[in-house]
Design a protein around this ligand. Structure first.
Ligand code: NAP
Length: 337
């Protein structure tokens, strides 16, 4: 296991902000997790890092960082209708998507081009274009960081919610996710509900869908709408969409007739937070090198030398302003460390 001390995390977070970690352990096996924890038991905190694509380092990290480097993807079971794919947590999420598409399996093509690692995917129940990881996750394998004990979490055990799971709450920082197993369909059924996808399918005059085509379409839409982190530092959606009750939504609609909302069957309405931030006048604004992306207000960007603190300050200013204007408190999707 490789160990680094006083190590720069600049290349390990997609915001590209400078921050140093006291110790980084590059984890290649289940045994490494416990070994690293034992070796550095005197450090008072730890953090598990995947692709750093959902993390904002506000400060240097005084503690132990576990960097997930566990690799491997394989089909572990199959029947007439489904196949089960086991994927190690250190794999890039897109490698898993590519693997399933080349094996003609359907279910995660709408999650194409989501940055980050497989190990991070259950933590936030990644989602896009009407598909969430919870729709196909069979189980998550993990190791208790303190005891070294292995545990398998069923889909139910993960307590998935909207960009949410048990790993963000009572089990926060308790487990190192070693891998996931997804159950994917051999029957090709694709989710084309979202307007951007519908538009693209019409534009291309598609008559027959395939996983590869869906993945290509999603990837193309994402490339035009979202900044490439290798060019412009960002961590995707910085805030979650806002969920409010229908009565409050109807009240807001009186003052903002064009406010968009998607109702669910529990009397709740999801409002695109990007719309709120844009309406509050933040889209394209910048403060030094920290800014709100000019094409999508849900995304905060680092134009070059912004610090984690500066990006965080910008996000707090947005939270206060949106609360003043709409009475909605924004929740951050990004993990602030
Ligand atoms: P969009 O299509 O402009 O729509 C704005 C928001 O409205 C979305 O966030 C989406 O919620 C919601 N929405 C749109 N059509 C909907 C429908 N038919 N039913 C229910 N809700 C609907 O969204 P976008 O910003 O370009 O993002 C496209 C997709 O990629 C979204 O699903 C988004 O969540 C996902 N994405 C995720 C990240 C990330 O970092 N996690 C980053 C970028 C985009 P949902 O978010 O619930 O889908």
């Amino acid at each position: 296991m490789r160990i680094e001390k006083n190590y720069s995390l600049k290349n390990y977070n997609t915001f590209n902000v400078e921050a140093r970690a006291e110790v980084v352990a590059f984890i290649e096996s289940v045994a490494d997790v416990f070994e690293a924890k034992k070796q550095f038991h005197n450090l008072n905190k730890h953090f598990v890092l995947g692709g750093g694509s959902n993390t904002l380092f506000k400060d240097n990290f005084e503690g132990l960082i576990f960097k997930n480097e566990m690799k491997g993807i394989k089909i572990t079971d199959s029947n007439q209708d489904y196949a089960w794919i086991e994927c190690s947590g250190g794999e890039e999420w897109q490698h898993l998507v590519d693997f399933t598409i080349s094996n003609n399996l359907a279910g995660i093509e709408n999650l194409s081009l989501i940055p980050g690692t497989v190990g991070a995917s259950p933590i936030q129940n990644i989602g896009a274009y009407g598909t969430e990881l919870k729709d196909c996750l069979d189980f998550t394998d993990a190791v208790d960081i303190t005891t070294g004990e292995y545990r398998r979490f069923s889909n139910k055990d993960c307590q998935f919610g909207y960009r949410d799971s048990v790993f963000k709450h009572e089990l926060k920082d308790k487990y190192f996710i070693t891998g996931v197993t997804v159950k994917l369909s051999k029957n090709k059924k694709y989710n084309t509900e979202y307007a951007d996808i519908k538009r693209k399918l019409q534009e291309l005059e598609v008559t027959e869908l395939s996983g590869k085509l869906m993945s290509d379409i999603v990837s193309e839409i994402r490339r035009t709408k979202f900044p490439d982190p290798s060019v412009l530092g960002n961590c995707g959606s910085f805030f979650k969409n806002s969920i409010i009750d229908v009565a409050f939504f109807n009240k807001l609609k009186l003052s903002f007739p064009d406010i968009p909302g998607y109702s669910d069957c529990d009397g709740l309405v999801k409002i695109p937070t990007g719309w709120l931030i844009e309406k509050a006048g933040w889209k394209g604004r910048r403060s030094g090198d920290a800014g709100v992306y000019e094409k999508h207000a849900l995304i905060l960007v680092n134009y070059g030398t912004a610090t984690g603190k500066e990006i965080y300050c910008l996000s707090e200013n947005i939270v206060h302003d949106v609360e003043d204007k709409f009475g909605i408190h924004l929740e951050k999707e990004a993990n602030i460390v």
